[in-house]
Every structure is written in C-alpha cells, then in structure tokens.
Design a protein around this ligand. Structure first.
Ligand SMILES: *Cc1c(COP(=O)(O)O)cnc(C)c1O
Length: 220
C-alpha cells in the first residue's frame, strides 16, 4: 500500500486496458486522515486530492495550498445548496451534482463568480434509497438540463452498492456516459479501482489504499 504502489497499479491496469496511464487521474481521498499523512503524500509530489465534506476541506486545504503549489481538489461527497459558494471557491471539481436544485444554484453562482469547477453528475446506479445520485432513468434528462444551464459537465460518477459486483455498475455508468457524449468517468475506489480502469474510469478515488485505514468512528 502507499502512493507509489497505487500509482504503479493504476499504470498497470491502464496498460492492460490499452490505455495511457495519463488518461486516468488518481484522486487521493484524504478525508479524516491525519494532516501528517496528507503532508507526506504532498511531499511525494502528488497534487490531486479528494474530500467528502466542504467544512473539513475548508479547515485544511487553504493552508496546504499556501505551502504546496498546484493542488487539484475534488469534492466527492454530498453538496448542500448553502455550502455551494464555499465549495465552488475551494474545489476544482465537484463529483456529486445530482439534482436540479443544486444544478440551478451552481449555475447562478457560476454566473456571479465568473468561473465554475468541473462538474460530474452522480448516478445512483444501484437505485439504493439511502444513496445520493440521480436515478438511471433520470440521467439523460438531467444531463440535458445541466447543459441547458451551460454547466461544464465533464462526466458521470457512481458509488456501487457494497454487496454487488462493481463491474456491472461501472459498465452501466460507462454506457450512460457514452450515450450522452460524456468522456469523464469517476468510478473505482481502493477495493476496485483496477476493475474501474478496465471499464474506462478517467478518475479513480482511492483513500485507504494510499493513506491507510480511516479512523472508523469518523468514517463518512
Ligand atoms: C471515502 C470515499 C472514497 C475512498 O474510499 P476508499 O475505499 O478508502 O478508497 C471514494 N469515493 C467516495 C465517494 C468516498 O466517499
């Protein structure tokens, strides 16, 4: 485990899929990790990170950014409208756009701010009631709606149900993306990122395999 090993596994999975390693972005998910671990990974030269919570990210990334140049920060957890402005100021990409209300809020703020992070639409591929994301039946309509708002939609994102074979969900997400002319695919975590790369992932979100286990009590 650790950054170097995960980097080489990403490269190997990409090569096996006949893809270039540079076409797969490794997002190091630093949520609830001690600052020292995050700093160590920054020290190894990695710059692309993911956080689940706006407030937690706000507490640590402005300072890291002052000390390390070129940080690329991705929001991979749920976004509430009242946190949208802060999130848009802090993050370079938001992977969890999943409903018309948040899309409208982001569009209004993007207008005001004159910029907008890259956006991914989260899809609840397993149709799990407790999980965020638009339903498979809503994807095409929601992509069109976001495009109608001139939002920079780069791709789709999913978190497969824990009990199911993730490849089925990755394949489904890839199909939805292709059908909508989207090239970005945010899928794959510590346990399954190689399978995600085989099915076209452009962004893999890897936390514990890089940093070590998260403190269970603080697990998001
Ligand atoms: C925590 C989290 C990850 C990383 O999970 P690991 O299993 O530690 O790699 C990826 N994606 C999302 C949305 C997460 O919340």
């Amino acid at each position: 485990m650790g950054l170097e090993e995960i980097r080489s596994r990403v490269a190997k999975a990409a090569a096996e899929a006949g893809r270039a390693a540079e076409d797969v972005r490794l997002i190091a998910v630093s949520k609830v990790q001690p600052d020292a671990r995050v700093e160590a990974v920054l020290g190894e030269g990695h710059r692309c990170f993911g956080e689940n919570r706006v407030q937690e990210a706000q507490g640590k990334w402005p300072e890291f950014r002052e000390r390390f140049e070129g940080v690329d920060l991705h929001l991979i957890g749920p976004l509430q409208s009242n946190k949208a402005r802060v999130a848009m100021e802090l993050f370079d990409a938001i992977h969890t756009v999943d409903r018309p209300k948040i899309a409208t809020t982001i569009a209004r703020l993007a207008d005001e701010m004159g910029r907008c992070p890259d956006l991914f639409i989260q899809v609840n591929t397993g149709e799990e009631p407790q999980k965020a994301g638009c339903l498979p039946s809503e994807v095409d309509g929601f992509v069109a709606e976001c495009r109608g708002l001139s939002l920079p939609v780069k791709g789709l994102m999913c978190i497969p149900p824990v009990e199911e074979e993730p490849s089925l969900h990755f394949a489904l997400l890839a199909k939805f993306a292709a059908r909508n002319g989207l090239t970005g695919l945010s899928m794959g975590m510590s346990a399954d990122f190689e399978r995600a790369i085989a099915l076209g992932a452009t962004h893999v979100r890897v936390g514990s395999a890089i940093f070590g286990e998260r403190v269970p009590a603080a697990k998001a």
